[in-house]
Design a protein. Sequence first.
Length: 684
Amino acid sequence: MTIDPITLEVLTQGLISIVREMRATVCRTASSVAIYDAKDFSCGLFAPDSQVVAQSEDIGSHVVPLPWSVRSAMEKFGHDLAPGDVILSNDPYTGGTHLNDVTVIFPVFQDGRLIFFPAVRAHWADVGGMVPGSMSGKATEIYQEGVRIPPIKIQEAGRFNQGALDILLSNMRVPEERLGDLQASLASCRVAERRIHEICARYGVDTLLEAVRLDLDRSEARMRACIAGLPDGTYRFEDYLETYIGGIFEPLLLPLALTVAGDRMIADFAGASPQVPFPVNSTAAVTAASVFIAVKSVFDPAAPLNQGSFRPIEVNAPPGSIVNVQRPAPAGSHGEIRKRVIATMVGALSQVVPDLVAGDLCRTSFHNLIGGYDARSGREWVHYEWSAGGNGAFRESDGPSAMATIDWGDLVTVQSTEVIETRMPLVVETSRLATDSGGAGTTRGGLSMQRSMRVLAPDSRYSLLSDGAVVPAFGVMGGLSGVQVGAWIERDGAVEGFDTPGKIAGHPVGNGSVVVVRSAGGGGYGDPLLRAPGSVQQDVEEGYVSRQAARDLYGVALDAKGAVDPVATEALRRRLRDSRFALTAVLVDDSYEAGAVSRRRICRLHPRDASAAGLQEDDLVEVDARRAAPLRAWLRIDPSIAVGTLPIDQAGLTILQISPGQRLEVRRIATVVLPQQRLAEAAE
């Protein structure tokens, strides 16, 4: 069959338009604030073989893993589907993300032939489990994270499976909202079914399906051409996720070997930490989708997304690891694994296409949950807050502040104060950008958001599932790190912190207490001492950067009126540049140390060098050659190391793109600021 280019484009855009109408339907009919106001949902059209055919402004972290869910549903029901059947699932182990993301898969038939699956993946604010909002920072098995729904027929021949529905809703908080959100997803899919039938009536089903095939093929050809333009080779990077073993911080290693071979790309996560009984794991579907999102965003961001773009990319995620979790380990950390996989892709690609990458994006999806029972309304309540973080800076510009990252689509990232206060027993007292939270650089990382919420109900509980409370977003090409996430509670002038930053489960919050949350900042791009002094001055005037940071990080001297002093600035920058601490790289066999369940990179320095750099045992440091992305390591003071040298293994040299004998900068990463200090800074 031959299809002319105009018809091909009309049909391609027609399917995308269907997805947009699906989204509008969900927004207008959903019950949950997180869905109708904050848009934490996604829609898509899928082929019977599970390939994503069309999406619009949807959340990549929802849509891109969805083919795994469709494939699992087809494996179970592929020979037992009929018009009127609807499949429901949220199972991470069969292609889901986390349990809160509940998926409706809706078969569409034309003349008795299965042709498409409209699908909606929406974040339900609660699906049961150990804490209001379901996502616990301290879950040890998936059963504590809520009700797990394998692919089931929630409707058959147009009739609800009422028994299954009753069981599900009886195990979820605020069940009336959950039912409303389910009905919104179903309404959206019915709209898609009607529009698909209209296109088939006008163009014919065979023409439509041929247009889909051609569109997928041209997306594949575009991506293969992008990959073929890269130099062949294997590029490496490594990063860490955070957990606590017996209350003691334990970083979990995530290494990546990214191979380019002709027009193919292979992302291999062999060596990733084994899965742990804590919410730091996610599924192979999420891991692969994160690789796809990074590649698509870097190399082919303008073209519509469909499965064709991902055909040239292979992903290896070892089963039983943090990037391919197996039952019964918790899987609620999909947002954290996703962002860390994207970070490792950015780190590897910065060695290949530095002009096309940005500093690391905020380290986490930052799942904050507050809920309980509101005696005034006589009902349960759950608020899901994900204050947006900073995006990484890139060559042309500063990173956006408190904005959706590349994996979030058009998700609303600053939720409406009016809606929150209308629907929840909360008062939003402040919402602001956090000063000095963006990583310093020639272009600055995006700033994080800090929000204070006063709780107006007794017996409330607060939970946080996040990452980046210890290891912040890295900069690239000499850019510095963004600020870590933070959370604390204020009441009557006192400040209460947490012994496991970033991981909190059902912490009691008294009536009148204020929960303060601060997301992570984005990494910087390029040497901060090369940033235009006028840009630094403007940042200070707007409250983005403090005068002290302008001086200490950017080397910009401001006079009493806030104007740049050019002479003092030039001298200050020269002094800061000369004071950078660098050592000579020396090749060793291994730079790692075994932890409780994983490995971490170690930076071994002679006591004299550690003292000269102002470093102490177990400090978190960056090792940087200012050519791509830095390495993170934990300091060990070792008298057996030669003065002026830094032992590093071949993998580290490869990542940093240097050879033995070359110089490496070592700098301390600031530790998390204590809540009392935060409160004092806010008062100032």
